[in-house]
Design a protein around this ligand. Structure first.
Ligand SMILES: Nc1nc2c(ncn2[C@@H]2O[C@H](COP(=O)(O)OP(=O)(O)OP(=O)(O)O)[C@@H](O)[C@H]2O)c(=O)[nH]1
Length: 356
């Protein structure tokens, strides 16, 4: 159960951009850059910087797209490279347009906020935070270095402070949104974990009765359209009260968990195992012939009888088996298996019963 929770925590740090979404975003970026390029060219206002930068960016995006399809390259690495292209273009474009020989007015700076939004969208939170700080520092120092060559110190400071304040607000707001998302994700992970606890028997670490019933209903064993071929095995430890009375409850618990572990090893990975109650376990096995079911039951019976738990030997189980074709509902199949278990007990225990 712990690993389940850890898994959720790992996801909190991961970027939520799937490879498919990543490729969609790349297409949007390519369409966006091409459109702006076409507009700039047709209006005759394209700067020498953009005339070189647009095709370079487009080729880089196309390369990222191809890499994301053909290589097994870590997607975080692709996200980072793509972010580097976008942030590199936006920051250098804004600085170039602020330089003296390049004209009086530019709206390149208005796009700079995207650097922070994209960082939090593409990168893991742990990487996005330092990345935004680096981008912020480069932006401020870069613009200061460019502006100071043509403006007075106080004018430069005014512009740079303006950019810095706007960008800090961007970063703060995004960080707040991310913190809220982490909080919500953690609450959801916790709720999931608690729900899973509710379906697992903490002593034996297998499904409890509630968990079994949940899986039964999810498998929709009884529905007409997909009537399943299955068998139910009810496995009950013989004279378990004596184990408790002789060795105490703690050892009794140990016997229960060892038997559960043995059952887990004997059954097929596709079989369903759970603790139905007290000293009773249940196995649901799908699409097996009666012969295979009997072999499974015999493996369980023999396997348990060979167990040695804290020097205790001779522990046995009785097993009642019923098949899906013997009744109309899962409930009735269960009742038949229970009746056969009772018969096995009456017949002396350490016995398997699969018919009346
Ligand atoms: N240690 C321990 N004992 C349990 C637990 N749940 C049920 N039991 C014990 O299981 C025993 C079941 O006893 P009975 O129903 O008389 O069955 P039995 O002694 O196994 O006899 P048969 O089933 O007829 O062979 C009782 O002593 C319960 O206290 C548990 O979680 N831990």
């Amino acid at each position: 159960m712990q690993s389940l929770y850890d898994n959720h925590n790992k996801h909190l740090n991961a970027s939520s951009v799937s490879p498919r979404l990543f490729r969609h975003l790349l297409i949007i970026a390519m369409v966006g850059f091409s459109t702006i390029w076409a507009i700039d060219v047709s209006s005759g206002l394209i700067s020498s910087f953009d005339a070189r930068a647009y095709p370079i960016c487009l080729i880089a995006f196309a390369l990222m797209y191809a890499l994301s399809i053909i290589t097994k390259l870590n997607h975080q690495c692709l996200h980072f490279m793509t972010y580097f292209i976008v942030a590199g273009y936006l920051t250098s474009s804004s600085m170039w347009h602020h330089a003296a020989p390049n004209g009086q007015f530019s709206n390149a700076a208005q796009w700079l906020g995207l650097n922070y939004v994209i960082a939090y969208l593409f990168l893991e939170v742990k990487k996005a935070a330092p990345t935004t700080i680096i981008v912020f520092t480069v932006t401020i120092i870069g613009h200061f270095a460019v502006l100071i060559q043509q403006q007075s110190f106080s004018d430069t400071l005014g512009v740079v402070l303006n950019i810095a304040i706007a960008h800090l607000i961007y970063i703060f707001l995004l960080w707040t949104v991310i913190r809220l998302r982490i909080k919500t994700d953690k609450a959801a992970a916790r709720a999931d974990m608690l729900e899973n606890y509710a379906y697992v028997d903490l002593l034996t670490r297998i499904l409890n009765r509630r968990g079994l019933e949940k899986v039964f209903s999810e498998l929709r064993l009884d529905t007409e359209e997909q009537k399943q071929n299955y068998a139910i095995l009810i496995i009950d430890i013989d004279y378990f009260k004596q184990v408790n009375d002789t060795y105490g409850h703690v050892i009794g618990d140990k016997v229960l968990s060892h038997i559960a572990a043995k059952l887990s090893r004997v059954i097929h990975p596709n079989d369903l195992l759970g603790r139905w109650g007290g000293e009773e376990f249940l196995v649901l096995t799908l699409n097996r012939t009666p012969q295979q079911v009997m072999t499974l039951a015999e493996n369980v019976r023999a396997g348990v009888s060979h167990l040695i738990i804290d020097d205790i030997t001779g522990i046995t189980v009785s097993i009642g088996i019923a098949y899906s074709n013997e009744a109309h509902s899962n409930h009735d199949v269960f009742k038949i298996a229970d009746k056969r278990l009772y018969a096995a007990k009456q017949a002396g225990r350490n016995i398997i019963r699969a018919n009346d």
